[in-house]
Design a binder for this molecule. Structure first.
Ligand code: ZN
Length: 464
């Protein structure tokens, strides 16, 4: 069912696995259910660790932004105007200054940055926050992928010059690499074409992964602002010689779409398949017993649970058949199941079952901790390998657009760099331009639209 009807499979698995509830009476604002929220928090934890070890400071800015503050950067408002939720009334009073719910936090943070940054010794200023943002999406909403209240990570930095800001962007790539590895998600980095860059940015880099349908899902973005915002918000520093300069800025954003990508890329007919690094439950122990040996088996399971205390372990002692327990935990995507029955107790072993490939094998009790760790590592490596294979198979170079049109994946083709040609190719393929790969690729070909020789390759795809 996943292959034939991805959308239906996706919505169904989210509901049945207990990730989120979309029955909340505001469209596009879903309720995080406990299992889904644990999953999100595990992802947040990894992002926090990556930022904190690089000495970013976590901050938390107010949700509401005054209208005049929002309107200072002209390009930025144009990009978000249609998507803003306004607060105009408090109690019975109309507000003198209308307030808006942050769609992203540049305009909340930068007036404060202007107060915080005084001299070159205050730089670089590197902050991030993980908060909810609000965007009035007009396209069809979809849990985690297109919602109106978005769980959002945003890093914002200020630098003395362009080079230092560029350096920061390289560091974002390292953070991304480490986070994506834990999520077992391969991705591609492309510089978005000018007509699709972030509102107010000097350039934008899109982070895209591919779903089994062949459509890409943008899971994050990285932006170089240069002085575009600092000029609008007057963020200046005094250099060693007493001169006053505008700071250069960057941002890096990722959202709950990471959860959507994990569901879509790894899931299968039985439900979720969660990478061990983020699974709320990494190991589930299922006792298998009859009345006469119930206590022996359960005691053994308790013992094993204690041995595995360094993992996120659940012992399932519900009054259900082992079969229905397997069904539940498979649906929830728990990476490793350990079955223990009376014969295993006698032999002093347990049966391991991998969620990702169904592999089943016996493990000696004295090796159980070591083997559990090894198995989870193997699952992580295999999930990433499998996903990389999917991405590779869906990335293809085409000389003729006619042949590319029906390809379910990312089309590589030549582009002379003119906007008209890019838009023309988009229309002919019914795809969007992801952009030119950040890591330059050797290419020799012709622009897919005008036929001019070019060494620039561009990635095109249908997108979520
Ligand atoms: Zn052209």
């Amino acid at each position: 069912m996943k292959e034939e009807n991805f959308s239906e499979w996706y919505n169904d698995v989210i509901e049945r696995a207990g990730l989120s509830d979309k029955r909340y009476p505001v469209k596009g604002m879903n309720v995080w259910r406990p299992y889904g929220w644990k999953l999100m928090l595990n992802i947040d934890r990894i992002i926090r660790e990556e930022c904190n070890k690089r000495n970013f400071d976590e901050v938390c800015f107010p949700l509401l932004i005054p209208e005049e503050q929002f309107k200072k950067e002209k390009e930025h408002i144009k990009g978000f105007d249609e998507q803003v939720y306004w607060v105009t009334k408090a109690g019975e009073n109309l507000l003198d200054v209308p307030l808006l719910l942050r769609p992203t936090s540049e305009t909340a943070m930068y007036p404060m940055f202007a107060l915080w940054v005084r001299s070159h010794s205050d730089l670089p200023l590197r902050t991030y926050q993980i908060v909810n943002t609000f965007r009035y999406e007009t396209k069809q909403t979809r849990p985690f992928v297109r919602v109106r209240e978005i769980h959002f990570f945003e890093a914002h930095t200020c630098h003395t010059d362009f080079e230092d800001a560029e350096h920061q962007i390289k560091e974002y790539y390292e953070i991304l690499k480490n986070v994506a590895e834990k999520l077992c998600l391969p991705y591609i980095l492309t510089k978005r074409p000018d007509w699709d860059k972030f509102a107010g940015a000097f350039y934008s880099v899109g982070i895209d992964t591919i779903m089994p349908s062949g459509k890409t899902l943008q899971i994050g973005s990285i932006h170089q602002y240069r002085e575009n915002f600092s000029k609008a918000y007057d963020i200046k520093y005094e250099d060693e010689k007493g001169g006053h300069n505008f700071v250069h800025q960057t941002t890096y954003g990722m959202s709950e779409r990471l959860v959507g990508a994990v569901i879509g890329v790894h899931g299968d007919e039985k439900g979720l398949v969660l990478p061990p690094g983020i699974a709320p439950v990494q190991i589930v122990i299922v006792p298998i017993f009859k009345k006469e040996n119930e206590k022996t088996v359960k005691d053994e399971c308790e013992k094993v649970k204690k041995m595995l205390k360094d993992f996120r372990v659940e012992l399932d002692c519900r009054e259900l058949t082992p079969g229905s327990k397997y069904y539940d935990w498979e649906l929830k995507g728990v990476p490793l199941r350990i079955e223990i029955g009376p014969r295993d107790v006698k032999k002093q072993c347990a049966v391991f079952v991998r969620r990702d490939n169904g592999e089943k094998f016996e493990v000696k009790m004295e090796k159980i901790v070591e083997e559990a760790g090894k198995t989870l590592k193997n699952i992580e490596a295999d999930l990433l390998k499998k996903a990389e294979k999917l991405l590779k198979s869906r990335l293809k170079k085409f000389e003729k657009l006619e042949e590319a049109k029906n390809f379910d994946g990312i089309v590589k083709t030549g582009w002379c760099g003119k906007e008209n040609c890019g838009l023309d190719t988009e229309e002919k393929l019914d795809m969007k331009t992801l952009g030119a790969p950040v890591e330059k690729e050797k290419f020799k070909g012709k622009c897919a639209s005008c036929g001019k020789d070019t060494d620039v390759v561009v990635y095109m795809a249908r997108t979520y």
